[in-house]
Write a protein that binds this ligand. Structure first.
Ligand SMILES: *[C@@H]1O[C@H](CO)[C@@H](O)[C@H](O)[C@H]1NC(C)=O
Ligand SMILES: *[C@@H]1O[C@H](CO)[C@@H](O)[C@H](O)[C@H]1NC(C)=O
Length: 816
């Protein structure tokens, strides 16, 4: 309409309708039409012009707008004569949905008073978008809901009217829900329809957008979010995650060991998806063996596995959800062998004793070994403790034989403890062992062996017959009868006499006895062989040489060879009166058949008519003068020289040396005549002497017989006497006859003491001979020695009867 109107921003919407109702009447009426929401100050219409009033009149008439009580939306600009928007006009606030919507007011003038009705129609503009009350609509729909189910949605409101009002709805893209067609004015509800089944497991939540649009230009819209939560239904069964669960477990695993963890999945949620595991199908052998955790599905061992009984288990585990759906998961358990069984060693047959001469390779024992474990754990080999005599041989699988490997010797080892140890090849290896005791029985394979290769023994002569000399000993390494040694004297001869007449051997003890009394002067040594033989069959034997040496005893007195002691004739050495000092009168010559010290002789002057005249060389027996011979010296000199050996005790002989100190033989004769005068008398005396000797001898023999009888009687009485002590007829060694008055006696016995052929004196005494005429029988050599000692002490005593008898003889000789 006018140029200023066209400047307005809303000029397109502003429809200015000037309705000239009454141009000529005082009370005119003008209508205008303006869109809502025009800016304040916007010109609604040129009222002055439209009413035909000039501006002065408006001023003078003090034109003003009268609205009564209502709000003055439109103001009058009297200067310009236009109506302007005074306050924001919101059609929806003024009229709501009422159409048409108009503002009616009056313009009042004064001087004169005039009023004009003005109507301003407010036209709608699309200033309101459709709006929902809420931001969101929520649905909870079970996934089992049927297709075709309808769900009422919230409606939108658009305050605008007409085309600017709500025109329709649309639902954001979804192929699950669709919106029922909606027609404005006819449909009371906005509905969406389930087109396809829901599946919570696929889509738990659907978010849709419902859009409401109006018809304005530009079109406005409002949206609301439609949220659909799909409620779960137990429409899914649990499913095992694996077709089968496998577990390899060692047989020695402890109770509680985890074998496998079964798992099943259930697409449902909540109780419908909560799976509980349980054993469902357990074979008989596995009852109670396994456990499964209800919640976690962990399969644990609840019993003791034994590979040797069961190697394989198949158990079923049920996986059930809270809604009663279930699945079965298979668990396959393979038991692995561990080396838990030591080999069992069984002796099938054994010999407890074996002869020491068995051949190497002889089977002693058969052994069977069993190990229930498998593979290496059950593979067994057997060994022996270090015992080189035996070895173990594997014959076939698990069968072994114990055989001898080398020769056996009972004498080295009579018993063996053989330990057989069998071990398997597991890691660690297990083993067991048995000990067999094997006795080695004896075979006579060892001859007796003497302790020495040869024996030498000493025996002092004049031993008692039956005296045990010494003992040979042989040992035999065998056992029992095979080791019982007996001793046998081997036949041989000594000086042509069987050795058995010299010695005997005790078969049991090996003691060698002298059978006779030995005489050193006859035999100094001899040898023989002793055989030792065992009791085996056949017997074995060995022999040994025994040498017996006889030791000398001083049993022989020295024997004077010169001067010859004759009974009748008188021998005298001549010493001239002119003989010087040191004149060799004669030499006493003596021998001793003993040896060594026992034959070492010394000479002493025992008695002399004139001791100052002669001496005797200690070693050589030479009789020499020690001073000048004088005329006063008697013609007839008589010396007694004693010859002693060096034995213990020593033995001696005395020799009378007659010395004639004279220059001529007649002188000697005159001195010695009285020796020859009494020839007849001497013969008589000899006769009496012989008679006396015969009587004495008779008495002696009687005595011997009596003593022997007494001894035999005593022996019979005594049973404890050893056989070597048996009274044996003594062996009398041959001896030199002591011619005249040997001062000492042979130690065994001596009855030949005094024998003179030329004795004239009847007072010759034989007491000595009688007193010594005893048979001495000593059980042992020690006894003999004691006897010797006692005799010696007798001999040493000067006043002993022996000495006395000797002196008697001397007297007798002197009286000749
Ligand atoms: C064999 O064993 C037995 C019993 O243990 C024992 O008495 C014996 O001395 C042992 N023998 C050997 C030769 O070790
Ligand atoms: C005595 O033993 C030797 C070997 O030591 C043997 O040669 C000899 O024949 C044996 N003598 C007898 C009589 O058995």
């Amino acid at each position: 309409m006018d140029g200023r109107m066209s400047d307005r921003t809303m000029k397109r919407q502003v429809l200015l309708v000037v309705s000239l109702v009454c141009l000529s009447s005082v009370w005119g009426q003008v209508s205008y039409s303006i869109p809502e929401e025009m800016q304040t100050g916007s010109v609604v219409g040129n009222i002055a012009q439209d009413l035909g009033l000039d501006l002065k009149r408006l001023k003078s008439g003090k034109a003003r707008i009268y609205t009564g009580e209502g709000t003055e939306y439109i103001a009058l600009n009297a200067e310009r004569g236009v109506l302007v928007v005074k306050e924001r006009i919101d059609r929806e606030a003024l009229c709501g949905q009422t159409t048409p919507c108009a503002l009616a007011f009056q313009i009042i003038l004064q001087n004169p008073m005039q009023f004009y009705s003005i109507t301003v129609e407010i036209t709608d503009i699309n200033d309101n978008a459709p709006a929902f009350k809420n931001n969101e609509i929520k649905f909870e729909i079970s996934e089992l809901a049927h297709t075709g189910s309808k769900y009422v949605l919230e409606k939108a409101v658009d305050s605008d009217v007409g085309v600017n009002g709500l025109q329709g709805y649309s639902l954001s893209s979804t192929d699950i829900f669709t919106l029922n067609p909606y027609k404005i004015g006819t449909d009371r509800k906005v509905e969406m329809v389930l087109k396809k089944p829901l599946d919570r497991e696929k889509q738990e939540r659907l978010t849709l957008v419902l859009t409401a649009v109006d018809g304005g230009n530009p079109q406005l819209s409002g949206t609301i979010q439609v949220t659909v939560s799909v409620l779960d239904a137990n429409d899914n069964a649990p499913i095992c995650t694996q077709a089968e669960f496998r577990s390899n477990v060692k047989e020695d695993s402890l109770k509680g060991t985890t074998l496998a963890t079964v798992s099943a999945k259930d697409a449902d949620e909540g109780p419908h998806g909560q799976i509980k595991y349980s054993l469902s199908n357990v074979p008989d052998g596995a009852l109670g063996m396994f456990d499964v955790d209800e919640e976690k599905g962990v399969v644990t061992l609840n019993g003791k596995l034994d590979y040797e009984k069961f190697r394989h288990y198949e158990i079923d585990i049920q996986a059930a959800d809270g809604g009663g759906n279930s699945d079965e998961c298979k668990v396959i358990i393979e038991v692995l062998d561990t080396n838990d069984n030591p080999p069992a060693v069984n002796i099938m047959s054994t010999s407890t004793s074996v002869s020491e001469d068995v051949k190497p390779g002889t089977v002693l024992t058969m052994i069977n070994v069993q190990d229930p474990d498998s593979d290496d754990n059950g593979r067994v080999h057997c060994v022996l403790d270090e015992n080189s005599h035996f070895k173990i041989k594997s014959t076939s699988n698990n069968f072994f034989t114990l055989v001898t490997e080398s020769e056996l010797d009972r004498e080295t080892a009579s018993e063996y403890n053989i330990t057989v140890t069998c071990s398997d090849e597991g890691v660690p290896s297990l083993s067991s062992s048995v000990t067999l005791t094997l006795q080695i029985s004896d075979v006579n394979d060892n001859p007796p062996v003497f302790e020495r290769s040869s024996y030498e023994a000493y025996i002092v002569e004049n031993n008692t017959p039956g005296l045990s000399i010494f003992t040979v000993k042989a040992t035999d390494a065998d056992w029992n009868q095979n080791a019982r040694v007996s001793y046998i004297l081997e036949d041989s001869s000594v000086n042509g006499v069987p050795v058995s007449s010299y010695v005997s051997v005790s078969a049991d003890s090996g003691v060698i006895h002298a059978v006779r009394s030995f005489d050193y002067e006859q035999i100094k040594d001899f040898q023989f062989r002793v055989k030792a033989q065992d009791g085996g069959s056949p017997p074995l034997s060995s022999n040994v040489t025994v040498k017996i040496m006889i030791q000398d005893q001083n049993d022989n007195a020295p024997q004077v060879l010169y001067p010859v002691q004759t009974g009748g004739s008188l021998v005298a050495e001549m010493v001239p009166r002119s003989a010087d000092v040191g004149y060799l009168v004669t030499k006493v010559v003596a021998v001793d058949v003993d040896s060594g010290q026992n034959a070492w002789l010394s000479y002493k002057l025992q008695k002399a008519t004139d001791r100052a005249l002669f001496e005797v060389g200690l070693q050589n027996g030479e009789v020499r003068t020690i001073r000048q011979v004088t005329d006063k010296d008697a013609v007839k000199q008589r010396l007694a020289v004693i010859v002693e050996d060096n034995g213990q005790p020593s033995r001696s002989a005395t020799v009378i040396v007659n010395v004639a100190v004279a220059d001529s033989f007649p002188e000697v004769l005159s001195e010695f005549t009285d020796f020859t005068h009494d020839k007849e008398y001497n013969e008589n005396l000899t006769f009496y002497l012989v008679l006396a000797l015969a009587v004495v001898s008779f008495l002696f023999i009687t005595c011997v017989v009596v003593i022997i009888s007494v001894k035999i009687y005593r022996w019979r009485q005594s049973r404890i006497l050893y056989h070597s002590n048996l009274p044996v007829i003594p062996y009398y060694p041959p001896r030199y006859s002591d011619t005249l008055g040997t001062g000492t006696l042979p130690h065994v016995y001596n009855y030949e003491v005094c024998r003179t052929t030329d004795s004239r004196k009847s007072d010759c005494k034989f007491g000595r001979a009688g007193s010594q005429n005893v048979l001495i029988m000593d059980p042992g050599s020690t006894g003999t020695m004691q006897k010797i000692q006692s005799e010696k002490s007798i001999l040493d005593e000067p006043d002993s009867p022996l000495e006395v008898s000797f002196l008697e003889i001397m007297k007798y000789s002197q009286c000749i």
